[in-house]
Design a protein around this ligand. Structure first.
Ligand SMILES: Cc1cc2nc3c(=O)[nH]c(=O)nc-3n(C[C@H](O)[C@H](O)[C@H](O)COP(=O)(O)OP(=O)(O)OC[C@H]3O[C@@H](n4cnc5c(N)ncnc54)[C@H](O)[C@@H]3O)c2cc1C
Ligand code: FES
Length: 236
């Protein structure tokens, strides 16, 4: 059982929750969170937004019963934090990279951008943030400017309208249509691309098969072999 250190509102739909969870974890991994007994039945998969010696934080969008409960937690409340689960983004030997996040798909890129910068002081890092017109998701990422991460913000419309495919490597996370379009353009421009899939998850442990996706090597579990997959290996 972990404890909430703080829970702060970013805007009407997003909040940032920090817990005292201190295990080692890598950028791109996720935890299964739960702050209720019976309903909703399942714990909810949430990416690591940040990690520091004090704990682990999560950027969460209120969309249903689970995230509504999480949004109401206060400092000192208990929260179950199972994990970390899943694979991670590679952050070593990077010269230039574009991180592309749509909505809550931006969440894993704070810790990733920080980790890439730590391991690659000279790397060029662009971070595209796509959000609805009335949102201020970028408020959760302003600190990255100090680390010379170029924030490129698209409020309303399609984030794909502003993406330049000029970096060696692309990491993307967001709604399916965004990922499909980004993958198509990246491959057309002969760029290496990895996608973090947002599949519905039952157990998070590889047991229920609710999160499978189709790859060239057959079906794979997003919670175990993913959530990050090489774009050119994915079939759907
Ligand atoms: C690996 C991974 C990492 C994630 N990281 C984050 C994160 O950092 N922050 C965050 O806010 N969310 C994240 N999510 C999404 C989050 O787990 C879901 O939104 C969760 O189901 C919300 O729970 P809820 O009870 O509030 O809403 P639910 O009742 O589960 O869902 C509300 C509505 O949204 C739809 N829905 C929920 N999840 C999905 C989905 N994956 N695909 C399509 N439709 C969906 C449901 O069908 C339903 O209509 C992540 C998901 C995965 C798989
Ligand atoms: S969520 Fe159960 S196998 Fe992936």
């Amino acid at each position: 059982m972990a404890k909430v250190i703080f829970n702060k509102q970013i805007d009407d739909s997003y909040f940032l929750i920090k817990t005292d969870t201190k295990e080692e974890a890598l950028p791109g991994q996720f935890y299964m969170l739960r702050a209720w007994d019976k309903y909703p039945t399942l714990s909810r998969p949430i990416s690591i937004y940040d990690k520091d010696p004090e704990g682990t934080s999560f950027l969460i969008e209120k969309i249903g019963p689970g995230t509504q409960i999480l949004s109401k937690l206060k400092a000192g409340n208990e929260i179950k934090v199972y994990g970390p689960y899943g694979n991670s983004f590679n952050y070593e030997n990077i010269k230039s990279v574009a991180l592309i996040g749509g909505g809550v798909g931006t969440a894993p890129f704070y810790y990733l951008a920080k980790t890439i910068r730590k391991h690659n002081p000279q790397a060029q890092i662009d971070f595209y943030i796509g959000e609805r017109e009335n949102q201020n998701l970028e408020d959760a990422f302003q600190d990255l400017r100090i680390l010379k991460v170029n924030l490129k913000i698209k409020k309303g419309g399609l984030i794909t309208d502003i993406i330049q495919y000029d970096k060696d490597l692309i990491y993307a996370c967001g709604p399916d249509p965004m990922m499909k379009a980004v993958k198509e353009q990246a491959l057309k421009n002969k760029k290496e691309i990895y996608l973090s899939l947002d599949k519905r998850m039952g157990c998070g442990l590889g047991a229920c098969l609710s999160c499978t996706c189709k790859t060239k090597e057959g079906n794979k579990r997003s919670c175990k072999e993913g959530p990050i997959f090489k774009g050119s290996d994915l079939i759907e």
